[in-house]
Design a protein around this ligand. Structure first.
Ligand code: 9Z3
Length: 325
């Protein structure tokens, strides 16, 4: 077999797997209302700036881990680690750089502007005065003021759209919707894929409907591979968009090699390599031009210099992409 017919066969098989994934996934709840919100958000934010010189850039930031349900009426699931801190912090910095952000996040994970609040903000930030009126505790007043102010500013300007997911099915359907909706923005759109995405799943049609019974003995289950949708994003959904993915490993010896492989295999514009234990201190930005190591400065978030570097690279991408292709 020639190598070209072999690659055609594997491409064909890959597209079949993608088709199977979407055709058999449970229908996304609220599809129509999400689609409407998305359309309105993109219309509002993709207009040329006042002097007509440039379009506002829109970035889709994904954040948190996807789950893989083991039962259709789900009691148990496999989870992927991610607190959502990276995505929430990065969203704040993209907004600061003038981007509009579609924040695709796992329910219950960190939210933009809420990172410095305590775990139970309602109970820890507020107290009752002698007349039983609610007031903000002095020690949290500054954090609450900043959170509320920034949240309302983003809300009023209409520059932050939050879309939640839990399962791998919801996440990939939403990512596809967003990418297709952003396609017309060409190179002005960016994908910053910090969500920790499941590699294996149970196809909906082979999944047990009811809770799996423990009396049936040890559980033997075959998981299918989740098709790598990064390829679909680059080839079909939004081919001109600037695409950043993340590579997470726990073994530093294989991290950079795996990131370089992902860069080539999925034709990403950059892959951010990070190790679980040091992810808040150090990341390496791997691009076709080389590797840049970024370290956190004292009192800063690592996402600050990371986003700054990516914004620069995105500008170069926009300038180098012929428009109206
Ligand atoms: C990451 O590597 C993120 O940086 C973290 C952020 C999940 C480590 P936190 O949310 O942590 O701040 O607690 N995300 C991507 C992980 C991932 O699933 N990458 C895939 C892979 O490594 C490629 S799409 O194979």
């Amino acid at each position: 077999m020639s190598s070209s017919s072999r690659s055609y066969d594997s491409e064909d098989l890959f597209r079949k797997e993608v088709g199977f994934f979407f055709d058999t996934a449970p229908t996304l709840k609220d599809h129509a209302s999400i689609s409407k919100k998305l359309k309105r958000f993109i219309e509002l934010n993709s207009h040329a700036s006042e002097n007509g010189a440039s379009m506002r850039k829109i970035v889709c930031v994904t954040s948190g881990g996807t789950t893989v349900p083991l039962e259709q009426r789900c009691v148990r699931y496999i989870d992927n680690f991610s607190s959502g801190h990276r995505g929430a912090a990065s969203t704040e910095y993209f907004l600061k750089h003038g981007y509009a952000v579609i924040f695709l996040y796992r329910r219950g994970t960190f939210q933009p502007y809420c990172r410095s609040l305590p775990d139970d903000p309602l109970l820890e930030c507020f107290e009752l005065d002698s007349d039983s009126n609610i007031r903000v505790q002095q020690s949290h007043a500054e954090a609450v003021r900043k959170t509320v102010m920034n949240h309302h500013a983003a809300h009023e300007l209409g520059i932050l759209l939050k879309l939640p997911f839990t399962t791998i099915f919801e996440y990939l359907q939403l990512l596809q919707m967003i990418a297709i909706a952003l396609r017309d923005l060409g190179p002005h759109a960016m994908f910053y894929l910090a969500a920790a995405v499941s590699d294996f799943y149970v196809p909906w049609e082979t999944m047990e409907e009811h809770k799996i019974q423990s009396a049936a003995g040890p559980l033997d289950m075959r998981l299918a591979q989740v098709p790598k949708m990064l390829s679909m994003l680059r080839k079909d959904w939004a081919p001109q968009a600037f695409c950043i993915s993340f590579k997470l490993e726990t073994n530093s010896e294989i991290l950079l090699e795996k990131a370089s492989l992902a860069l080539k295999k999925y034709n990403m514009h950059a892959v951010i390599a990070n190790e679980l234990a040091t992810r808040k201190e150090e990341v390496t930005v791997v691009t076709p031009d080389g590797k840049t190591c970024i370290r956190r400065e004292v009192g800063d978030d690592i996402e600050n210099p990371l986003v700054e570097l990516l914004v620069e690279k995105h500008m170069t991408h926009v300038a180098g992409t012929p428009q109206n292709q």
